[in-house]
Ligand binder design. Structure first.
Ligand code: TXE
Length: 478
């Protein structure tokens, strides 16, 4: 049974109340989640406060050793973590095994290594003074994560926060809590000192809100919806907390006629529908240069129809279940809206009912829609499901205008063999991440995040280590 991880112990919620945890592939509850509240957050803050001085004083080598140990335990239990992620989120087990859990392991290993390269600077005033910059841990930080890549995004926040000497109060999404619970067991086994990491399960408006509003929690890192990001910002801004927001996206995938066609086509099927389209980096608006539009349309529809939807535990499944009934209804609502806005559904468009054990699950056919205006709601709002629109274009200026027309600015994909055009597009497109002739190629040292309504700040590499530390300039008279 899932419990909170507070002060190194697995505890029941103070309320002693729980709510159901669903398996989206079968549409039924399969477990229960602690319905924690501000009292549990208070216990976690007290534990973190007591643990902080010793943890901050722990040499980076020791912090690094413990993090490598946690990574090793997740690796040892990879099959269990992957199965838990698949059952909680509905994603194919093969995806959890090859992407989600390996990346969670890498998050710990990467930051456990990166700390050794984390340095600061000194500045000399010749003959007068020398300045040096200290970068100290902030203290107690809050981490709140979403349901789409549960352990992957949870550890992406926790690892850099811990390695820089902070204590963490973390809340996973209430919809996908299981791997966060398994992580807490791994932390206990790895000998992470009690109170250094505290995981409090429960609802966003209760536990999440209590974390963001707590006066002793000095920084908040959040990944989730843009609206929730705004709610969180309104709470933390007047408290002058450091804030990192990774929010939604409506990412353009721009395909020029000179693209490497087969590479583009196979990658575009992935960037459109991987994880049932529930990745903030998915390319949900596909723009195709006119000369190849008809050919692309035919081929893209054909490849999409070949995707296998169904039981996420089966090894040959490409498309698993949508994470919740509410989210499935939301996505189906957008498919209906698209048709009301004049779109034509080229394939998919319906809820999918698999045969067998998943016949009561929440599935949607991968859907391609054409014929919509670039500025209609379907092309402006984040759908976050297996739904993409395709739109022809004639010139660079036209496609750049359409691509930059949304409130979001997270990621973009550009397919062209023309190098100067690729650099020109990358310079002018308003996204924090630009992939040229590839998608989801990730170097964890790079600044990761979006502009406009896709967020504030960057995660990854030294950006993350700097976010979780407070710089202090010391000036010494020579
Ligand atoms: O996110 P929420 P959800 C988008 C996607 C999706 C929408 C909502 O469009 O449909 O966001 O998804 C906690 N104070 N993305 O509902 O609500 C909540 O408990 C503090 C994009 O998952 O933002 C959960 O742990 N915390 C995103 C976390 O915030 C609060 C990935 C995310 O929940 C809170 C997922 C509050 N007031 C969804 N309200 C991406 N960028 O990858 C909720 N929470």
């Amino acid at each position: 049974m899932i419990k909170n991880y507070i002060n190194g112990k697995l505890l029941e919620p103070v309320s002693e109340k729980y709510f159901d945890n669903y398996d989206p592939a079968i549409g039924e509850a399969y477990g229960i989640v602690p319905d924690s509240d501000e009292r549990d957050v208070e216990l976690a803050v007290a534990a973190a406060e007591a643990a902080f001085p010793a943890w901050a004083a722990t040499p980076p080598d020791e912090r690094s050793r413990i993090m490598f140990k946690i990574a090793e335990l997740i690796k040892r239990d990879l099959a269990e973590f992957a199965r838990a992620e698949c059952i909680d989120n509905g994603k194919p087990l093969t995806l959890a095994k090859t992407v989600d859990i390996p990346r969670a392991i890498k998050n710990f290993e990467f930051f456990a290594s990166a700390i050794h390269g984390f340095a600061s600077e000194s500045h000399n005033i010749e003959g007068e003074a020398v300045n040096y910059t200290l970068r100290n841990p902030i203290g107690i930080v809050g981490a709140i994560s979403p349901w789409n890549l549960p352990l992957y995004l949870f550890t992406w926040k926790i690892a850099p926060a811990l390695i820089t000497g902070n204590c963490v109060i973390a809340k996973p999404s209430e919809i996908t809590p299981m791997t966060a619970f398994l992580l807490s067991e791994a932390c206990i086994e790895a000998g992470l000192p009690e109170g250094v990491l505290n995981i409090v399960h429960g609802y966003g408006h209760k536990v999440g809100k209590a974390i963001t509003a707590h006066p002793k929690i000095k920084a908040i890192t959040f990944t989730g919806g843009t609206k929730t990001g705004a709610d969180i910002a309104s709470v933390v801004a007047p408290m002058f907390k450091k804030l990192s927001l990774e929010l939604g996206g409506k990412n353009p995938n721009i395909i020029f006629a000179d693209a490497n066609y087969e590479k583009m086509l196979s990658t575009t099927v992935m960037s459109s529908f991987r994880n049932q389209g529930e990745i903030c980096l998915c390319g949900s608006r596909v723009f195709v240069e006119k000369p190849i539009y008809e050919k692309f349309k035919k081929d893209f529809v054909e490849r999409t129809k070949a995707l296998k939807i169904g039981d996420p535990l089966q090894n040959d499944t490409d498309q698993g279940a949508i994470v919740s009934k509410e989210h499935m209804e939301k996505v189906l609502g957008y498919i209906k809206l698209a048709q009301e806005e004049g779109g034509t559904v080229l394939c998919g468009g319906n809820q999918f009912i698999p045969e067998g054990r998943c016949d009561n699950g929440w599935f949607i056919e991968p859907t391609i829609i054409e014929g919509l205006a670039y500025n209609c709601r379907t092309n402006q709002e984040e759908i976050f499901g297996p739904v993409v629109t395709i739109t022809p274009f004639e010139t660079e200026e036209e496609v750049l205008m359409m691509a930059n027309s949304t409130e979001y600015g997270l990621a973009s994909i550009i397919w062209t063999e023309n190098l100067s055009r690729a650099h020109r597009m990358a310079a002018n497109i308003q996204t924090g991440i630009v992939w040229i002739n590839c998608w989801m190629v990730r170097d964890l040292r790079t600044p990761f995040g979006g502009m406009k309504s896709s967020g504030v700040g960057r995660e990854g590499g030294m950006e993350a280590l700097r976010f979780f530390t407070e710089p202090k300039n010391v000036c010494v008279k020579l």
